[in-house]
Design a binder for this molecule. Structure first.
Ligand code: URA
Length: 231
């Protein structure tokens, strides 16, 4: 973790204050005065502020059922940020692991653990995300095969990774992806001549959405572990 973040996670100081503390030579790492806010702090480093050892607060992990017309961003834009729904302290320290579009509903994960969210969203991890899709036209007979083989999205040259399609009825399907390209679900259906009318993420890995729309809960330790990669 960067030194300035480490200071914020261990104290009540904001990022700008952390920078000032470093500039004023009040922060020491392994007995050497720190000068760079971007310095990477490793697990066995001892970081001191004014002679007192800093210990970061444990990371936080939340699951939230995103309503329509909210955005997965830390700041409000045309619509309010989903973080507005999360009534916890120090919301500005949190970020969303794997965004959904404003008109998509469902499961979003929120954390202050950058390493965990990076691994979770990396296609290398092959973490499955399950989307329920309502289509504007009946699903075509060859869709399952085409998605499994991978397709080229408009403006791209690399095949999509194999995706599983489960047909509920001709307009309702479940699509399971292991990557998260920009507007991927909508663009995949557009590439096969269909259109997504509504989109809902219902599962990430083994984690199923189990709170009502607009509500949230903390992940258990076991759930956090199950979504972690162990290198
Ligand atoms: N794919 C999309 O097109 N939109 C989302 O919000 C998520 C996946």
């Amino acid at each position: 973790m960067r030194l300035d973040k480490f200071i914020c996670k261990s104290t009540e100081y904001a990022l700008v204050d952390a920078l000032a503390l470093i500039e004023n030579r009040r922060v020491v790492i392994n007995s050497i005065i720190a000068t760079e806010a971007s310095h990477q702090v490793h697990k066995n480093n001892i970081v001191m502020l004014d002679g007192k050892t800093l210990t970061p607060r444990p990371s936080r992990y939340f699951l939230l059922n995103k309503p329509i017309d909210t955005i997965c961003s830390n700041v409000d834009e045309q619509y309010p940020s989903v973080l507005k729904l999360l009534d916890v302290d120090r919301v500005t320290e949190l970020h969303i692991a794997g965004r959904l579009d404003a008109d998509t509903t469902g499961l979003v994960l929120i954390t202050d653990d950058g390493h965990w969210s990076f691994n979770l969203t990396s296609p290398k991890n092959k973490c499955e995300k399950v989307y329920r899709v309502l289509l504007s036209r009946p699903i075509s007979a060859d869709a399952t095969k085409r998605f499994l083989e991978g397709i080229i999205l408009q403006g791209e040259s690399k095949l999509t990774l194999p995706a599983k399609l489960h047909i509920i009825d001709s307009y309702n399907v479940l699509l399971t992806l292991t990557e998260g390209r920009f507007h991927q679900v909508k663009r995949m259906f557009s590439a096969i001549g269909n259109r997504v009318k509504s989109l809902h993420r219902q599962q990430i890995g083994n984690l199923e959405l189990d709170v009502d729309i607009g509500h949230w809960r903390r992940l258990t330790h076991a759930e956090v572990e199950a979504l972690s990669i162990h290198e």
